[in-house]
Design a protein around this ligand. Sequence first.
Ligand code: CP3
Length: 342
Amino acid sequence: MPGLLLDTLRGSNTEERPIWLMRQAGRYLPEYRELRAEKGGFLALVYDTDAAAEITMQPIRRFGFDGAILFSDILIVPFAMGQDLTFVAGEGPRLSPRLVDSALSALEAVPERLAPIYDTVRKVRAQLDPTKTMLGFAGSPWTVATYMVAGEGSRDQAETRALAYRDPEGFQAIVEGITEVTVDYLSGQIEAGAEAIQLFDSWSGTLSPSQFERWVIAPNARIVKELRARHPETPIIGFPKGAGEKLPAYARESGVDAVGVDETIDPVWAARELPAGMPVQGNFDPLLVLAGGDELESEARRVLDAFADRPHVFNLGHGIGQHTPIAHVERLLSTVRAWRRA
Ligand code: CP3
């Protein structure tokens, strides 16, 4: 009983559309904020695997989404590669030592930091209805590297892009190191029960075309190839956020099964330019879920109609915002559930 989401990711153009939302487990849910206050902090939640499994299930219980995305973070990989990781309230993640002024070889790997994540996957899969899909994920090497190099998030990834130009071999070694850990990490998630995988390349939008080829397409292709050799049945969604006009090349060359589309892209354009029959995911503007109103419904139908000729997973163009009213999420869900492919 694979269910609507897995069927769609495997290429069937279902009459009804599956839906899940990036960041569906998180701060816009009162039940999440309550558990977070109790456990005191994000990393504590991730490493309390009962709590992490519970948080993964919260949006499924409340909304009945078709997919449950593992509650964890893309920065668990650098943490396992030996960087210190903290989440400063209101400021976001911090990693140290930063690779802009420290060598990758100076880090001492702590692979035990990955094992609890597999326990969370097992615990979720045991609770999840068989028609719902358990989604594992990791950051793509470029995006993870931007945090490892700068030690924090940055608006334009300038330090990392400059390093990649200044020392391409050194940067290649960082990307390869991340790639190797990521393949093992995703295999571990699949072996624990993840049925599909999403690769988040959140910061791919600032790269020039040749750099995009080298640091986004090539490492994603390597992950897909190695993962597929080990787990041929598991669909992989690639999400190169901000890729813009480079999205069709990514879709053709990376080898991913399905491609995530962000909200800056016209869905009519994406439907025309992406390989025929390839499943897409997206691309509703998360700010319209925040804002609400009648436009929420008409725009949701516009996205659904635009992708009607190919398999489509309804999702946002990026993560749902923390101030999003629950009632707006419910309205979005009923709009998507009422829609049928003509
Ligand atoms: O519901 C889900 O999507 C599952 C869990 C998930 C989280 N982060 C939980 C989280 C996933 C898939 C991610 C991915 C992630 N993490 C990305 C890629 C997607 C994207 O948003 O672009 C990135 C770049 C990160 C790195 C990260 N983690 C940042 C920049 C931050 C701080 C900013 C913020 O939103 O607070 C985090 C923290 C984080 N990861 C939170 C959650 C629920 C907030 C933690 C909290 O304070 O409660």
